[in-house]
Design a protein around this ligand. Structure first.
Ligand code: LLP
Length: 439
């Protein structure tokens, strides 16, 4: 099952104006480069909101009013995004004190947060409980004991869900395939560990077991993966009801829907995909004779990826006769490590384009490392030169959040675009910021 939709441009919020200039969220890109400098992360606020609404509408229609969408904020975490997803009625998935703290400072109601991670330290647990995080998604038995103890100290009964590995291979790249049995995350059904941890979780005075969670991988285009995952999870829920008398109230089936980075990839129709999964889950629950739990989804990438674009300025153009052309930009693996890490494909376009000869180029960064590549075989104008602007598309997810200061390069700012206006959401790092922790 692949439910896709047709679009002419690779991203719906992108077009070229009559001067041949690329416009994003309705705004020409050169003035933004001029105003904020490059490299520059841009976000189309309306696109984030549109993606949030697609999810909310779909889960409500498919699973009813109680269903939830928890934005996986590891995809992009800064205060303004928490404010936006809150306004759109989403909860959040947080994985660290840093994300909890950022959400809290954005006045995000943390009772609508799921706290993940396969290794929550005592300090993490203490912090999350003291900040009132709604649910812990518990990965392992050690955590149950630690959360129970800290919850007791705070005089609360902490709501938890258990992370289960349903044993589904999402046929995606191995580094993000988290639902297989051989995974650092969660307890596998196949090995009996999922049942064991469920039974253990029910024995703690200060823990309230609400249900189960699973997440099988990322950048998934095949809806079959969700059908298979939900069948396995519902069967497990039915088994736990029969064998342990545990009634599961909440089931989170994770995130992972794929987005289009290059033209050959499909555009997933979020709503249709969710409605198909919902139909199947309702049928399966009826077949198993269980009540369908309250469902939550946890999308990250598909909320923010196509709302993002990174702007770069070309520096050096190095032509190696008979071999290839390197176009170096003023960013690189520090603002986008995804090609270096996963070989991820991207679409990179010149901001100003027109007729003329093309040349296949490797677009590379400015770090002292040969692997600092943004993309190979990019078709650019043969007269590309220092000062030209390039736009890398679909950079809203896992870019700012994975950026580093390698080579002590400051991270770019995040600028939001809305109604033809731009505003700063995260400032550009300065050299002072770079050294601020050095003694
Ligand atoms: N829930 C859990 C428990 C997760 O581990 C993840 C992603 C998500 C939800 C959201 O998945 P999404 O909808 O964004 O696919 N750095 C990699 C992606 C790592 C994904 C980790 N977990 C990348 O740049 O592709």
């Amino acid at each position: 099952m692949i439910i896709t939709q047709k679009t002419d441009m690779i991203c719906e919020n992108l077009r070229r104006n009559s001067d041949g200039e690329l416009c994003f969220a309705g705004m020409p890109l050169s003035p933004l480069a001029e105003k904020y400098g490059t490299p520059l992360y841009l976000y189309d606020e309306d696109r984030v909101r549109h993606n949030c609404r697609s999810y909310i509408e779909a889960v409500r229609e498919g699973f009813g009013e109680t269903a939830r969408v928890m934005y996986a904020s590891k995809a992009a975490s800064f205060k303004q995004l928490y404010r936006i997803v809150k306004e759109e009625g989403l909860g959040v998935d947080v994985v660290s004190c840093g994300e909890i703290y950022t959400a809290a400072l954005a006045d995000f109601p943390l009772e609508n947060a799921y706290f993940h991670s396969n290794n929550k330290t005592d300090a993490d647990i203490e912090f999350a409980i003291s900040r009132g995080v709604g649910y812990f998604v518990v990965d392992n038995a050690e955590e149950l004991f630690a959360i129970d103890e800290i919850a007791a100290k705070h005089g609360i009964r902490q709501k938890i869900m258990l992370r289960i590995t349903p044993g589904i291979d999402p046929h995606t790249y191995a580094a993000v395939a988290t639902g297989k049995v051989d995974s650092k995350f969660g307890s596998a059904i196949e090995t009996g560990q999922a049942k064991a941890i469920t039974s253990l979780a029910l024995t703690f005075d200060n823990l309230e077991l609400c249900g189960f969670h699973c997440h099988v991988g990322s950048q998934i285009f095949d809806g079959e993966v969700y059908l298979a995952t939900s069948r396995v999870m519902l069967r497990f829920i039915a088994d736990m009801e029969r064998e342990l008398g545990f009634i599961c109230r909440d089931l989170d089936i994770g995130g992972g829907l794929g987005v289009r980075y290059i033209e050959s990839q499909p555009v997933i129709n979020i709503k249709e995909t969710i409605l198909t999964v919902a139909d199947e889950m309702k049928r399966e629950a009826a077949r198993l004779g269980i009540t369908l739990p309250r469902i939550s989804l946890e999308p990250g990438r598909s909320i923010v990826a196509d709302a993002g674009l990174t702007l770069y300025t070309v520096g050096t153009v190095k032509r190696i006769p008979g071999y290839k052309t390197y176009v170096s930009v003023d960013g690189g693996m520090t603002d986008n490590p995804r090609y270096a890490l996963y070989g991820s494909p991207y679409t990179i376009l010149p901001v100003l384009d027109g007729e003329g000869e093309r040349e296949s180029c490797s677009v590379v960064g400015r770090c002292c490392e040969s692997g600092d590549i943004l993309q190979e075989n990019v078709q650019l104008r043969a007269d590309t030169e220092r000062g030209d602007l390039l736009a890398c598309l679909t950079t809203g997810a896992y870019h700012y959040s994975m950026a580093s200061n390698y080579n002590r390069i400051p991270r770019p700012p995040v600028v939001m675009l809305k109604n033809g206006e731009s505003y700063l959401a995260v400032k550009r790092e300065s050299l002072e910021d770079i050294i601020k922790l050095d003694i």
